[in-house]
Design a protein around this ligand. Structure first.
Ligand SMILES: C[S@@+](CC[C@H](N)C(=O)[O-])C[C@H]1O[C@@H](n2cnc3c(N)ncnc32)[C@H](O)[C@@H]1O
Length: 251
């Protein structure tokens, strides 16, 4: 699993993907449609048996995963059960037989549920806080790849994984964007209608961006990586970064 294979696979998945997601109404907090195509193309013709999702909100990614992988079991974990998003998601997902919407902290819930031939999508917790869960899941040897959402260029966590996570690759690759960006028209229109006029390709959070969109990172499982050691390194990096923050605040 790598970027070149993903780019090669993209055109062959495109028309089926468009057909499957045709009736999905995008929601404001949801992932871009092209980002789920990226995930699908990266897996090639081998769908996972189980998809573990962390961070459901209104369930856009959950619904897209369910429709694109009808033979996979989608286990979706959301921490916040008191937000109106929780009810919206449960209503949106009620008719999808392959989705199990759970509540809890995915860092506790998901490692206990992982089965052979899984993948995981982490869209909350965000940034550095997503990394220990990602690496713990990879360390089981049962997860083929972990996908992390919101890893666009310029973020410190993006730089960190580019430097320290072997073979990671991203959905903001220009060739992938050229092949898939037309899928996201309805998403950008939804943001504009919701008053988020500043959220559009290459521009979000009120700033021009190098990346096309929020961006999915794919971390493939590699048999020769020592994930326990990687996890220790990540814990250490987080401690150092917290101490640096504290030091800078005090200075
Ligand atoms: C950006 S939203 C997810 C959007 C969703 N993936 C979609 O495409 O519609 C992030 C969600 O992650 C949830 N979250 C944050 N930390 C979490 C955790 N440890 N376990 C489960 N959910 C978590 C938040 O409550 C929030 O609802």
């Amino acid at each position: 699993m790598n970027l070149l294979e993903t780019l090669d696979n993209t055109s062959s998945f495109l028309s089926e993907f468009e057909e499957r997601v045709r009736d999905v109404d995008p929601v404001i907090k949801g992932i871009l449609f092209s980002e789920i195509l990226f995930l699908q193309a990266s897996l090639g013709g081998r769908p996972p048996s189980q998809i573990l999702e962390s961070g459901r909100a209104q369930g856009q990614s959950t619904k897209l995963l369910s429709l694109c992988f009808p033979d996979s079991q989608v286990i979706s974990v959301e921490h916040n059960n008191s937000s109106p998003d929780a009810t919206i998601a449960l209503e949106r997902l009620a008719s999808l037989p392959n989705v199990a919407p759970l509540f809890g902290d995915s860092r506790i819930v998901l490692p206990a549920l992982v089965q052979q031939n899984s993948i995981a999508l982490i869209d909350g917790p965000k940034g550095f806080r997503a990394l220990p869960l990602a690496v713990r899941l990879l360390a089981t040897g049962k997860v083929r790849a972990v996908y992390l959402h919101d890893f666009y260029q310029g973020l410190p966590e993006r730089r960190y994984i580019e430097r320290h996570i072997p073979e990671v690759f991203f959905s903001d690759n220009p060739d992938f964007v050229r092949q898939s960006k037309h899928l996201d028209g309805p998403c950008w229109t939804t943001y504009a209608k919701a008053g988020e006029a500043g959220r559009r390709p290459y521009r979000f959070l009120g700033q021009d961006q190098e990346s096309y969109g929020p961006t999915m990172a794919c971390i493939p499982h590699l048999p020769d990586v020592n994930y326990r050691r990687l996890l220790n390194r990540i814990h250490l990096a987080r401690v150092v970064s917290k101490l640096q923050d504290r030091f800078l605040r005090a200075a």
